[in-house]
Unconditional design. Structure first.
Length: 307
């Protein structure tokens, strides 16, 4: 009997995104657009391009707009089949076990956090897990964050052995390893996840979990300030710096000035409005307004955010 290994995906998209308020009160973070394109669409198109044909997405916070966006993306021929898991109460990493019942014994599951962007090295991760007969692969990166305290990945060679709080100094090229939010797991690991944070399960298991170093772009959509920076870095990654990020159906009058702004869908700006370094959360008409470093929605104007 020949068993074919299939790689399926699971996009974790149920989080409430409390750090991203007030933006996340309007839409879930996987729907936040980068250069006008919802993050979930960017991630799904990557997975489609890599040849993945079946996957799962969990839903919890403002679920229906997210589901509708995904269904629109996958309605074209050749798109993957996606199964949705609605969570009344978030279960953290334990939701991954729902995928186990839809996996053959030799299948693999690519787990993707739905609130960050990176170029996922699917082929390289698949190659390593096959060559080394590992139970899983964690995609890690050298941490360059300014915050001196965070949990780092501990390894012996390239094998994951645990995590700890890091309080030391960072040296370029020798920095501590951080998890990117991407992992590749076999069915046995997926089925064994019984903790809210799957690292808690891995740390007390005998699974052979390897790490794979990632050196490409990694953009976190955390609070509004980091989202604003992530959008700018994404445009730089695409080679289209110094332009506004416009979603669908955005109209700007010729007499208005808009500079370095993120503008969500269904927005009108007219009558000599001036907007600089703002996030406009859509479905709003702005008439003769002057704002800088603000979050603007249809009901209020936020005092601003850290750039």
């Amino acid at each position: 009997m020949i068993t074919t290994t299939i790689c399926k995906f699971f996009i974790l998209a149920g989080g409430c995104g409390k750090r991203a308020q007030p933006l996340s009160l309007i839409k879930p973070k996987p729907l936040f657009p980068l250069n006008g394109t919802p993050l979930i669409k960017i991630l799904l198109e990557q997975l489609i391009e890599k040849g993945l044909r079946e996957g799962f997405i969990n839903l919890h916070h403002i679920p229906e707009p997210l589901r509708q966006c995904v269904e629109k993306i996958i309605e074209s021929p050749g798109s993957p089949a996606v199964r949705f898991f609605y969570e009344k109460n978030l279960s953290g990493s334990r939701i991954l076990r729902e995928a186990a019942g839809h996996m053959a014994d030799k299948d693999l599951l690519l787990v993707v956090n739905g609130d960050s962007f990176l170029e996922i090295p699917v082929e390289e991760m698949l190659g390593k897990i096959s060559r080394e007969q590992a139970d899983g692969i964690l995609l890690v990166r050298e941490n360059q964050e300014k915050d001196p305290q965070y949990k780092i990945i501990l390894t012996k060679g390239d094998r994951f052995v645990g995590r700890k709080i890091f309080t030391g100094s960072r040296e370029p090229g020798k920095g501590p390893l951080m998890f990117t939010g991407i992992s590749l797991l076999n069915k046995q690991v997926v089925r064994a996840i019984d903790e809210v944070n799957f690292f808690d399960r891995l740390e007390k298991s005998d699974f052979n979990i390897k790490t794979f170093n990632y050196n490409g772009p990694w953009l976190d959509i955390g609070d509004p300030g980091s989202y604003f920076k992530a959008d700018a870095k994404y445009k730089k990654h695409l080679g289209i710096e110094n332009r506004d990020s416009l979603s669908e159906n955005v109209l700007i009058s010729p007499d208005s000035v808009v500079k370095n702004c993120i503008i969500w869908e269904n927005t009108g700006i007219k009558n000599k409005s001036v907007l600089k370094n703002c996030i406009i959360t859509g479905n709003v008409l702005l008439d003769n307004v002057h704002y800088e470093n603000k979050i603007i929605n249809r009901n209020s104007v936020d005092d601003g955010f850290m750039l």
